[in-house]
Design a protein. Sequence first.
Length: 502
Amino acid sequence: MGDDRPLWLFGDQLGGHFHGTPRNRGRPILLIESELALRRRPYHRQKLHLVLAAMRRLAADLGERVTYVRAPTYREGLRRFGRVVDVHEPGSHAAAALVERLREAGLVGEVLATPGFALSRAAFAAWVEGRSGLRMEDFYRDQRRRFDVLLEPDGGPVGGRWNFDTRNREGPPRGADSLGVPAPYRPREDAVDAGVRRDLDALCGEAGSKVVGRDGPRLFAVGRAEAGRALRRFLDERLPTFGTHQDAMLEDDWSMSHSLLSVPLNLGLLDPLRVVEAAERRYREGRAPLASVEGFVRQVLGWREWTWHLYWHLGPEYTRSNHFGAREELPGWWRALDPEGIEARCLRKTLAGVRDRGYAHHIERLMVLGSHALQRGYRPDALSSWFATSFVDGFPWVMTTNVTGMSQYADGGRVATKPYTSGGAYIHRMSDHCGGCPFDPRVRVGPRACPFTAGYWTWMRRNEDALAANHRMARPLASMRRLPDLEALVEQERLREEGPGG
């Protein structure tokens, strides 16, 4: 055992459940800022700020226990440190391959199981064994049983149901421009943030800088104390209203009742099981309704864990899945987060939110950005990479399953049972975007044709053969074949695809 060896922490492994366990609490800690890692991909500026601020905050909190190295590469940082280190399982296939090379070079000793997820990878492998199919709902129920979450004494689900998703799909309140709920936790910037901002100003000023997005006030927690405050603010003031309008979109209320905990969770600042247990306590104490608590538990203990484990189970080749043979490169305005030329209001507002905050909530990601990309035939591997770098909570393990499998259906149904795309009617029902838009969600052809409505039918026509075997698409395909203006619609969208997002 190497319990006396230093522990190298990546920038998404920063919580006490990584460095403060009985096995790890006495170890020296190594943190490495790799110049190559910062420069090699087109990261959102605010994402870089969060990761760097979180690493530097941990170094300040732990004091002399931490050695903080800035180096051209991780390998060079380890060489400068000069001691063999242990490390937890990293969060991507590329990082795992790097760790293996560093082990072979004698720079890394033991690779420890990650405590960043409630279920270990070994336990998931045992769960998968012998199963004919993989369903998230089966996994989620077993997670609840395994960790004794929201269960009755007899082992059944509290409230008699495992899933209250049908209560979490209401559109926005009619005529409202916000939900009117308490604001999310807002951190105060300090000297650490000022130092990070100076360094990023220099990085962005370099010739050939790949950084995208705007600078802005830091909106998410980056330290243990901040993460705890953000969690308590959500649980005490926003969890009661979390569920009902979870799938709604409002232009002037970007945070609505969402937890905004994905950043501290994905930076490893919060222990997911402790988060879930704290949410359950609010229900048991009568401080939050069951539908809201169950919906939040499903996100953290269900979908988040499912996404992590599928990333490793499906392997690196999964990222190359392309069921529909999509070949379009991401357009320049999309990669640059430049919404100014976009006429479709929902797409323009959502992309502007990514530019300004590096964030959009799950329905904006799935049914606006993802749906547009699917309809326009963008390459799913490029899209997954874009989400991982352009979003402040984005990492490869998060986005590969969510984008390749769920959003783009590029795996042909291994993760989702049908493609998640729709016409403008869904966006109209679930948002306030359509009222001020030059397009009409009810119109398919002509100058007011909604690019999502027209795009939906055009996409279906283009992929008719690939969709034919999916029984859930039988009715939409039949409706598409009955459209009297189908060929005019297809030609219209071929011309529109040459411009910026409708």
